[in-house]
Design a protein around this ligand. Sequence first.
Ligand SMILES: Cc1cc2nc3c(=O)[nH]c(=O)nc-3n(C[C@H](O)[C@H](O)[C@H](O)COP(=O)(O)O)c2cc1C
Ligand SMILES: Nc1ncnc2c1ncn2[C@@H]1O[C@H](COP(=O)(O)OP(=O)(O)OP(=O)(O)O)[C@@H](O)[C@H]1O
Length: 179
Amino acid sequence: MRIYSCDTLNLTASVLVIGAFDGVHRGHQQLIRQAKTQADWMQVPLVVYTFDPPPRVHFQKKLQLASLPVKLERLQRLDVDHTVVAPFDSFYASREAKVFLNEIRNMNPLSIWVGKDFKFGVNRNGDIDTLKQNFHVNSLDLVCCQDGEIISSTRIRHLIANNMTAKAEQLLGWQTVNV
Ligand SMILES: Cc1cc2nc3c(=O)[nH]c(=O)nc-3n(C[C@H](O)[C@H](O)[C@H](O)COP(=O)(O)O)c2cc1C
Ligand SMILES: Nc1ncnc2c1ncn2[C@@H]1O[C@H](COP(=O)(O)OP(=O)(O)OP(=O)(O)O)[C@@H](O)[C@H]1O
């Protein structure tokens, strides 16, 4: 897997997945695996575009589930070809949605995978519909755990804060000692 900073990756074709992916939990893993299957079928590289730190850590000072090296190792294990890491600071967060769209246009995505609630650009001005006006977009139904609750980084943060490590690891699909 090759790693790039934002604004540096140009490709003639790709499949792109975008998100914070804090912890690379089992929901993230399913999203990335679906995208990988499609990328292999299309014979184009799979690109993950992610943020460091995760926007919730930057804005809301939430617990970070995995450091950048750990996140990158997990993405590598999922057979991602290229990962773009945007340094998520106040300057980056002030980018207009259309500037972000221009950046990803340089990767010529044949298909983009995001969750239904995906937002981007200053003040979260861009959404999945904005993305759909410009690209072919796929979204996956949110993956739930055995008890039917949606898996999310937020839920895993709560479990860790309440010392429910075994349950957190079950939703993560990785051991928390690796953070
Ligand atoms: C260019 C850009 C600017 C952003 N600016 C803001 C912002 O001003 N406020 C905010 O809460 N989130 C901002 N975000 C973060 C998004 O709301 C969102 O958390 C991010 O795209 C990751 O998506 P995810 O949370 O679904 O993983 C920005 C994202 C991007 C790509
Ligand atoms: N359970 C899930 N099943 C499928 N896709 C998911 C799941 N959770 C998140 N995603 C998708 O993965 C991408 C990255 O999501 P994100 O990093 O915001 O995860 P999150 O678990 O929702 O985090 P947080 O709880 O901090 O908001 C988004 O496109 C999101 O919709």
